[in-house]
Design a protein around this ligand. Structure first.
Ligand SMILES: [Zn+2]
Length: 94
């Protein structure tokens, strides 16, 4: 699927629809002291040997594509998620 470079979307900061630039989404590094990281660490350190019990995960074929939308007025960033699973998406190059 080809995506346009800019989309018109709602900006929470401006409180109205503005032109927004699409960029590739890059997840940040997980915080070391967050509750999720601490729980996961505890799971792997508990008991003898400290290995988490393996539960076979159900694997989906594709992911829902996520992009970062940057407001052209106030430069606030927000998620831009396409609510459908698909193999490949690209921002149109012109
Ligand atoms: Zn804005």
């Amino acid at each position: 699927m080809n995506l346009p470079k800019t989309v018109k979307g709602y900006c929470k900061k401006c409180k109205k629809h503005t032109e927004q630039k699409l960029k590739a989404f890059k997840p940040r590094k997980a915080r070391a002291m967050s509750i999720g990281t601490r729980k996961n660490e505890a799971k792997h350190k508990s008991g003898y040997g400290g290995k988490a019990k393996l539960i076979k995960p159900v694997k989906k074929q594709n992911k829902k594509p996520v992009y970062t939308a940057e407001c052209s007025v106030c430069k606030a960033k927000s998620y831009f998620v396409i609510p459908k699973r698909m193999k490949k998406t690209e921002i149109k190059q012109e």
